[in-house]
Ligand binder design. Structure first.
Ligand code: NAD
Length: 540
């Protein structure tokens, strides 16, 4: 009998299966389309399951996990996998976020050319028996400016190829260092507005986050040149479909290339009615090579994990957590929240992250090398990095690849230990430095076993980092906090808790935890209060 069994529940490229079975240590059962209750009945017999988007791996399914140790997703998206339920059962969830990069890059360039030269329309016209050459007057890309929003993996690959067409490339990505853009010959702009004003073609390559949702609306479109081309092969919802529709109809926008939609499949997207929209059904990742790459990556990772060898992409890290004491697990979770909070309150391009572990509880070396990955960080540092990077990079960040991603983005990460700090017996301090500012957070776990953020720069707090918060900084004057409360109350937003702290410089900082979401309009009203320095919504 072979030592390991892997169940493959979706069609995965054969190159991946070859890797699993090459040395005879793994028996791979390929059962595409298998559903409950059959799946629930057999899942516990397998060491690993490999899926694409077709299989929902729910908490129910993982109720009795049996031998199951690994869930591998041949692709990026993890919407169909209950990561929390898997973590609770000690199951590693891994994905393959890099396999699709070139496929999505090439579709972006294809759709850009299609939109600039109306190629699909011309083809359709010819096939319908017409010989209409006048109608298909296009736009040349040579000497034009391409504006890339989100200079990550795909953005960078699109940039280098567009330069081959003789395009000038500018980018807006507030989270990467200038040196990263310089290395690919791209000029970084500090604001989206600057990019919108100067680019002839604008292509989005960010994940969908609260910040990137509706990043392109009527207001932004008005800033662009007449005859601009927009492309979204990233995530539906980044460009507002209704506003884009109006601008395409009016002729302000020459054309749009769209692979992704607010709702998929699109039920009532008016975009599809327009001749100058070149749309595809979310096929960015669909090349033979892309599918082969994700299959190979996930199969290699599953093989390596089963054989105790290193692998890069895991979105949870139950094996590492399980080696920690209960108290240290609370610090592990707290460190992730601190990273998440720091990312949301620290403007600028991250340059440096420092983690200081304070107190006797952190004396033992819980070195990451134990876990066969080539980094020697303590688990808390990794957890904080994952929390920090995940705010802007979303599901592509896991505990294992977080250090790689930080390195790739030229962020220096340092960790240190010290005996004591202030009055705390044990504490984690998280310091982030960007090109604009520096923020320090400190968190501790008190005897009640609840992790709390106790310091924010020089502000003392007692904040349980869970849920939605309004964070603000105000001048230390009477009445301002009251006005915040009134605005929230008038909008039926219940305040669950308020943390307020005074600094000697005449400023106060507040974290208001709320029971329901704060609409953008309410936030605008809060920002308009006299004496308000800044206000933002934070999700932890
Ligand atoms: P990545 O994580 O390498 O890069 C994303 C970049 O966006 C990062 O550099 C990040 O700093 C930047 N960013 C985040 N928030 C931003 C903001 N508010 N403004 C400007 N920049 C911001 O990701 P990637 O692998 O290059 O993928 C990019 C997108 O393409 C993702 O949304 C991914 O899901 C999508 N994608 C789509 C398909 C498809 O089938 N159409 C295939 C693959 C990937």
């Amino acid at each position: 009998m072979k030592p390991f069994k892997v169940l493959v529940t979706d069609n995965v490229a054969p190159e991946g299966l070859d890797i699993l079975t090459r040395d005879g240590t793994i028996e791979a059962d390929v059962r595409p389309g298998i559903k409950n209750p059959e799946l629930a009945g057999i899942i516990g017999e397998y060491d690993a399951i490999i899926t694409r988007s077709g299989t929902a791996v729910t908490a129910d399914l993982l109720e009795k996990p049996g031998k199951l140790k690994i869930i591998g997703r041949a692709g990026v998206g993890l919407d169909n996998i209950d990561i929390e339920a898997a973590s609770k059962k000690g199951i590693i969830v891994m994905n393959a976020p890099t396999g699709n990069t070139l496929a999505a890059t090439e579709l972006t360039l294809g759709i850009m050319l299609a939109a600039a030269r109306k190629i699909p329309l011309a083809s359709e016209s010819l096939k319908s028996g017409k010989w209409d050459r006048k109608k298909f007057m296009g736009i040349q890309l040579y000497n034009k400016t391409l504006g890339i929003v989100g200079l990550g993996r795909i953005g960078t690959n699109v940039a280098t190829r567009a330069k081959g067409f003789g395009m000038r490339v500018v980018a807006f990505d507030p989270y990467i260092k200038k040196s990263k853009a310089d290395a690919v010959g791209v000029t970084l702009r500090d604001t989206l507005e600057e990019l919108l004003r100067e680019a002839d073609v604008i292509s989005f390559h960010t994940p969908l986050t609260p910040e990137t949702k509706n990043m392109l609306t009527k207001k932004e479109i008005e800033l662009t040149k007449d005859g601009v081309i927009f492309i979204n092969c990233a995530r539906g919802g980044i460009m507002n479909e209704n506003d884009l529709y109006e601008a395409l109809k009016s002729g302000k926008v020459f054309a749009a290339g769209v692979d992704v939609f607010e709702q998929e499949p699109p039920q009532s997207s008016k975009l599809l009615e327009l001749e100058n929209v070149f749309a595809t059904p979310h096929i960015g990742a669909n090349t033979m090579e892309g599918q082969e790459a994700v299959a190979v990556i996930i199969a290699e990772q599953v093989y390596n994990a089963l054989h105790g060898k290193p692998y890069q992409n895991a979105v949870n890290i139950p094996f590492m957590k399980s080696t920690l004491t209960e108290r240290m697990r609370l610090y592990f979770d707290l460190a992730e929240k601190m990273g998440k909070l720091a990312a949301q309150i620290t403007p600028g391009r991250p340059e440096e992250i420092r983690i200081v572990m304070v107190g006797k509880n952190f004396e033992e070396d819980l070195c990451e090398r134990k876990f066969d990955v080539p980094f020697s960080y303590q688990p808390f540092t990794i957890s904080a990095m994952k929390g920090f990077l995940g705010v802007t990079l979303k599901e592509t960040v896991g505990f294992i690849n977080a250090p790689y991603l930080a390195k790739d983005r030229n962020i220096d990460v340092e960790e240190s230990k010290t005996d004591h700090f202030d009055k705390y017996n044990d504490l984690i301090v998280f310091i982030v430095k960007t090109d604009k500012t520096e923020n320090t957070l400190a968190g501790t776990v008190f005897a009640d076993n609840v992790g709390r953020i106790v310091l924010y720069n020089r502000f003392r707090l007692d904040m349980v980092p869970e849920g939605t918060f309004l964070h603000f900084r105000i001048f230390d004057r009477p009445g301002i906090v009251g006005k915040v409360g009134t605005i929230l109350g008038n909008n039926q937003i219940n305040i669950a808790g308020l943390e307020l702290s005074r600094q000697t410089t005449g400023e106060e900082a507040g974290f208001v935890s709320v029971d329901s979401p704060i609409p953008e309009k309410v936030l605008d009203d809060i920002r308009a209060i006299d004496g308000m320095i800044e206000a933002r919504i934070i999700k932890l």
